[in-house]
Design a protein around this ligand. Structure first.
Ligand code: 13P
Length: 256
């Protein structure tokens, strides 16, 4: 199984680090640890308040946000796609499980956000994943998440869509090396998501969409997700806060 696109490595900082100064330093270190590896697409997604500062530090990596709403208006606390674009944001993460869990996001909200982001020309990164570890069958929950999120998506937007298979049980387990999903599970998720894309959009639609993996990605397991797992990239949480680790992850992805 081969895909022709460059691998996509997204650093999701979540609610880290604690200050603007630390965010600037971290962005600078990641930029210098990764910028020599040309054969990969890199995105850094800091918390909203640090977007302008981090954006200023980046030349090689693109700027990403961790969330978005679908428009401007009377939506206290929300941020619109155009506002993000005006700060140089190119990618938006949508429907992360931590937002589903801690901010009560539903598949219907995620659908609105996804349509708003894609309509405005942003690259959208849709996160899906089941909450409980499964047997060999992929959870129907993932199918439901993908189908609902893509309800109002136009076929011509698919080239700006990435779907992340990020099983909730595999997130934040880095201390426990058995915590990540297996490359085989990731591969089966890829097949499952491709089948849904084909059923919704027909023919070769799934070729346009990048399908990546998230959940306890480290320098030790990245290569197996990209090779055996046939993933087009990875969404990295904890390891993306360590310039050495994310540098190594990008180096390995770019060497394939
Ligand atoms: P970890 O890499 O810390 O498990 O986080 C995964 C994740 O949620 C990335 O969005």
């Amino acid at each position: 199984y081969t895909t022709s696109m460059k691998k996509l490595i997204i650093a999701n900082w979540k609610a880290n680090p604690e200050s603007a100064v630390k965010a600037t330093v971290l962005a600078e270190k990641i930029e210098s640890a990764t910028s020599i590896y040309k054969n990969a697409d890199i995105v850094i997604a800091p918390p909203f308040p640090f977007l302008p500062l981090v954006g200023d530090m980046l030349s090689r990596a693109r700027l990403g946000s961790q969330d978005v709403w679908n428009t401007e208006g009377p939506y206290t606390g929300m941020v619109s796609p155009r506002q993000l674009k005006s700060l140089g944001v190119a990618y938006v993460i949508i429907g992360h499980s931590e937002r589903r869990i801690h901010a009560g996001e539903t598949d219907d909200m995620i659908q609105k956000k996804l349509a708003g982001a894609l309509a405005s020309g942003l690259q959208a990164v849709l996160c899906v994943g089941e909450t409980e570890r499964q047997g060999s069958e992929l959870s129907a929950m993932v199918g439901e998440q993908v189908r609902t999120a893509l309800k109002s998506i136009k076929k011509e937007w698919l080239r700006r869509l990435t779907v992340v298979y990020e099983p909730v049980w595999a997130i934040s387990t880095m201390a426990d090396t058995a915590g990540a999903a297996t490359p085989d599970t990731a591969f089966r998720a890829r097949m499952y998501i491709e089948k849904i894309l084909t059923s919704l959009f027909g023919g070769r639609a799934s070729r346009d969409v990048r399908i990546i993996y998230g959940g306890s990605v480290t320098p030790a397991n990245i290569t197996s997700f990209l090779t055996e797992g046939a993933m087009d990239g990875v969404l990295v949480g904890k390891a993306s806060l360590d310039p050495k680790k994310i540098g190594e992850i990008v180096r390995l992805a770019a060497s394939l």
